[in-house]
Design a protein around this ligand. Structure first.
Ligand SMILES: *Cc1c(COP(=O)(O)O)cnc(C)c1O
Length: 447
């Protein structure tokens, strides 16, 4: 594990003076469109701690947005990536290949759901993986339409912006977007008009009706969904929704794609979140947690679908970079050795227990949801818990700020900006986990 001491320490205001100096340089040199949740400049990170230039040590409930599940300096990741760096940094897999790429694809075939023959292609980012899943599905089906869902997030390239639901900050002013993208309802239980218990059946019926009546199932190449929606607010589609959509896709020759970029690789306490309801996607996109912090992404799926594009039709200069592949093999090794699925389930148990106790006292907490180490609270205007559920983005912002001041790194999300999300590294110690939850509990007193 990391050399960073696993202790919270707040020795200056946050951000401290050195971070503020760097922030001034950053403002002059870095494009203003690139934001930061908390402008403390990092020197070291590992386990459950991020250390900054002023010597503060923050408890990490963000994992660099669900990336460093094995920690930000996991031993096996550092060891394997370092060894690979010394051997060679790059050849381009499309020029002369190397074993690490093949080994990552073998691991993906083994770990993803379903016992059918599988193949993979590797890329640099989540958005690039989603783009390629669409290319592959179109090549296979010879159809063009792409179906996505309310509250979905798929990236920041032109196609994936178009596939993303939320305007600000992802899309505003950046259009026009690619054509043939259609958005249908998702089973958002907490906000479903007739109640969570009806959401799975009703939302899937509505989505299927829209696809058949407005698009035509025979025109649809792919249906793409996050099995737990990430940026949209950690929405778990109500039970029955994913199986119904997946079955509809299969019945109609549509490629069903699970975007597991945020929810995959042990994050929800299973290798992939779609396993929870036994859904076997045709294609899975992965990134974030796959390589312990190095940029790597993949599309994995049924061999006959993956082989549909013509030779040379897929690729990219850096896709499946050897150092990133070595890191991925180290991350996967760590996940298996430390049983990070088990750790994620334990994190869920601790977090949900503590958050439920907080909800008893604070009716600003409208909903507690998520699985494994992908847990969120949705905040509503106080007193409306059983009423109109008016989103309370101000409370989310105030709570996040209060946590940051105390040295707990938390993130917000949600279409309405009113969700506080918790994505600790799966290797976080239970003491730090509880200390972070203490900070959240105290933060409620101040809002
Ligand atoms: C983060 C994310 C992406 C985009 O990944 P990048 O690596 O940022 O391009 C796509 N889909 C989901 C579900 C994500 O969470």
């Amino acid at each position: 594990m990391s050399a960073v001491p696993q202790e919270r320490r707040v020795v200056t205001a946050i951000p401290g003076p050195k971070s503020q100096e760097l922030q001034a340089r950053r403002t002059a040199a870095v494009a203003g469109g690139v934001g930061s949740v908390l402008p403390v400049f990092t020197t070291r990170a590992g386990g459950g701690i991020v250390e900054d230039v002023d010597g503060n040590r923050l408890i990490d409930f963000g994992s660099g947005i669900a990336v460093t599940s094995v920690g930000a300096s996991a031993e096996a990741v550092v060891r394997r990536a370092t060894a690979q760096l010394q051997d060679f940094t790059h050849t381009c897999f499309m020029v002369t290949p190397y074993e690490g790429y093949v080994e990552v694809c073998e691991q993906l075939a083994e770990l993803t759901p379903g016992d059918h023959a599988k193949k993979s292609a590797l890329f640099n980012s989540g958005a690039e993986a989603v783009e390629n899943a669409v290319k592959i599905a179109r090549a296979y089906t010879k159809r063009t339409a792409v179906v996505v869902f309310d509250h979905g997030y798929h990236g920041r390239t032109n196609l994936t912006m178009g596939m993303t639901a939320k305007n600000m900050p992802y899309k505003h002013g950046f259009g026009p977007f690619a054509p043939e993208i259609y958005r249908v309802p998702v089973a958002y239980g907490y906000r479903w008009p007739t109640g969570a218990e009806n959401a799975g059946a009703e939302a899937s019926a509505q989505a299927i009706d829209m696809i058949t009546k407005q698009i035509g199932a025979e025109n649809v190449a792919a249906i793409i969904i996050e099995p737990v929606l990430g940026e949209g607010g950690f929405i778990e589609p109500a039970k029955g929704f994913l199986p119904a959509i997946s079955k509809f896709a299969t019945d109609n020759g549509i490629v069903f794609v699970a975007d597991e970029i945020q929810s995959g690789f042990c994050r929800t306490g299973q290798w992939f979140a779609c396993e929870d309801e036994g859904v076997v996607p045709d294609l899975i996109t992965t990134a974030k947690g796959i390589a312990g912090g190095l940029p790597l992404a993949a599309v994995t799926g049924r061999a006959e679908i993956m082989d549909a594009p013509h030779a040379g039709g897929l690729g990219g200069t850096y896709g499946g970079n050897p150092v990133a592949c070595a890191a991925a093999l180290g991350a996967i090794e760590t996940m298996k050795e430390l049983d990070l699925n088990g750790k994620a389930k334990r994190i869920e148990e601790v977090m949900k227990g503590r958050l439920a106790a907080m909800a008893e006292k604070h009716d600003v907490i409208g909903d507690i949801r998520g699985r494994g180490a992908m847990i969120a609270i949705e905040l509503v205007v106080s007193g409306t818990k059983d009423g109109d559920k008016t989103p309370n983005a101000a409370a989310a912002a105030a709570l996040a700020k209060a946590c940051h001041q105390e040295g707990l790194l938390v993130l917000t999300c949600g279409t309405y900006g009113n969700v506080l999300r918790f994505l600790p590294p799966l290797v976080i110690g239970e003491d730090l986990l509880n200390e972070g939850l203490d900070i959240i509990e105290n933060a409620f007193a101040g809002i």
